[in-house]
Write a protein that binds this ligand. Structure first.
Ligand code: PLP
Length: 380
């Protein structure tokens, strides 16, 4: 049901001559992240055509979301990147409006944000820059392949405003401090720990592990429109809300996206992860059968490092007569444009992600692959 666009569907992007995209890349910001559920789209459309007191809307939705995920409080933002800026700003200013309005000039002594070296990632933009935008200084600790508790203890001083912790496939996953190790040390010094869990699926785990605030993308696992969410301690969220009088004004989220995020989250909370994972596995299975037997290509399945997501790996052999990178390019240039997950391309592997792929699109992927490889063979 999650793949259903609802009734007769016209792709509006074709009306401005943009190619139809088959999304086998996952929930990628550069492809528009998630396709919202039909009922979410309806809520958004009706919200966009109505008026509401924005302060009441935010307060109400934030209260309902906090109750849903069993957090003390919540703050809606325009995206997770904005959530990073807002929460770091909150750590710098607290609820002092004078400090909020002064940023990026920091009034007061706390100006340093600690980040493990293996967490200094790019998610398409540089996480470090999102932190530095507030005026804060980033203090990286350890090395890319090793951070120990003494690195963190040694970095904490009177200037420490917060620690940012990244949970992501982008981050180095081994030899970094665990969230528990970080929150235990931070608690001794009363330092807030801000977790960037933008693309993660679990809305309770990181608060349970002692985080002060946890940031999610509304348009990734939650499947909503472009939006973001911070959840966490009430005093910290109060400082986040106040950023609306400062930085968050330049990162505004509209009424229709607030309602879209809320409706998506309601559906997400009702969702049975087990059956969702099974539906993903089914898509991967059907796709595997579709592309098995194409000369030069072999397949296997693989699971995501941190999340319950199966993917099909297409291994491009010498027989194919082209490299994985060339094949990715041809899939992308086709009509429809087929987009895949490409960070293993150098190893000859193209990954197909099931999350935003529809069953009815799988035949087109097979047809396109066969036609590209047949053509290659004739040219050879
Ligand atoms: C996607 C992502 C972001 C940015 O999320 P947006 O909501 O698109 O701004 C930040 N951090 C991580 C780890 C991400 O994966």
């Amino acid at each position: 049901m999650i793949k259903d666009r609802g009734g007769e569907f016209m792709n509006p992007y074709e009306s401005i001559q943009l190619p139809n995209v088959i999304n086998a890349a996952g929930k990628m910001t550069y492809l528009g992240s998630s396709a919202v559920l039909p009922e979410v789209a309806r809520t958004m459309s009706e919200s966009a055509r109505s008026f509401v007191d924005m302060a009441q809307l935010k307060a109400t939705v934030q209260r309902k979301i906090a109750a849903m995920v069993e957090a003390e409080a919540a703050c809606v933002t325009s995206c997770a990147a904005a959530g990073i800026v807002v929460s770091v700003a909150a750590a710098l200013t607290g609820t002092d409006l004078d400090k909020v309005e002064a940023l990026p000039l920091i009034k007061g002594g706390k100006r340093e944000v600690i980040l493990q070296k293996g967490h200094a990632v790019s998610f398409g933009a540089n996480l470090t820059q999102m932190i530095r935008m507030t005026g804060a200084e980033v203090k990286e600790i350890g090395t890319v392949n090793g951070v120990k508790p003494y690195h963190l203890k040694g970095a904490i001083n009177e200037a420490t405003a917060a620690i940012v912790y990244v949970v992501s496939h982008h981050a180095v996953s081994s030899e970094m401090l665990s969230l528990r190790e970080v929150t235990d040390i931070a608690a001794l010094h009363g330092i807030p720990v801000i977790v960037d869990a933008a693309a993660e699926v679990d809305l309770q785990l990181y608060l349970a592990q002692g985080a002060t605030a946890v940031i999610y993308s509304g348009h990734k696992a939650i499947g909503g429109p472009t939006s973001g969410l911070i959840i966490g301690s009430k005093p910290f969220m109060e400082a986040c809300w106040l950023q609306e009088k400062g930085y968050a004004r330049a990162m505004k989220i509209g009424k229709e996206n607030i309602m879209g995020l809320y409706a998506s989250l309601e559906a997400y909370m009702r969702l049975d992860q087990q059956s969702l994972t099974e539906s993903y596995a089914n898509i991967v299975d059907v796709l595997q059968r579709e592309v098995t037997g194409i000369p030069g290509l072999s397949t296997r399945t693989a699971w995501d490092a941190t999340r319950p997501i199966p993917r099909l790996q297409l291994i491009v052999g010498d027989e194919a007569g082209l490299t994985a990178k060339q094949l990715i390019g041809l899939l992308e240039q086709g009509t429809p444009s087929i987009r895949t997950r490409n960070h293993l391309a150098d190893e000859g592997i193209i990954q197909f992600d099931p999350r935003e792929l529809r069953l009815e699109e799988i035949g087109q992927i097979g047809t396109m692959l066969r036609s590209i490889l047949d053509k290659r063979k004739q040219e050879a």
